[in-house]
Design a protein around this ligand. Sequence first.
Ligand code: HEC
Length: 135
Amino acid sequence: MMQRGWIALAASALVLAGAACGRASESASAAAAKGPPPLPAPETLSSRPKAGPGEWLYLEKCAMCHGPGGMGTGLLARRTEQPLLEKRTDLTVDYVVQAARMGIGNMPAITRGEVSDADMDLIARHLARAGEGGQ
Ligand code: HEC
């Protein structure tokens, strides 16, 4: 009984090791052939030359996680119908400031050293307004 357990364990370890090696070499050769997979077009300051101050700050301080393909967008897709903060119609200034300052779920708290109160207010106003068609 004991021995069979060990054999099963060793066998599954081999299977796992094989699978890991297979995947690693497969993806390495695919990457060499095709280059890295295309990323979604990044939301950057240069992609939105007409951005107002709140939008500008959002792009600088939040969009790396909350833009298309970002970690925040991915996690919010699990619990909200609209994962992009800029497309939400239900965000209030208070909620955005609160979430950003306290941190929420997997989002780290954004400190005043990173984003001043005045800047956070502009970002929150941008997000609270964004869903209303303005940007
Ligand atoms: C390091 C990545 C990261 C950065 C930077 C970031 N966020 Fe987030 N944010 C997240 C993640 C991840 C979540 C989802 C948290 C969860 O549900 O676990 C989130 C959630 C939120 C939510 C909650 C939305 C909801 O429906 O509850 C708000 C509001 C928010 N972020 C605002 C901001 C603002 C404003 C900034 C910029 C000042 C910002 N975030 C910067 C990762 C980030």
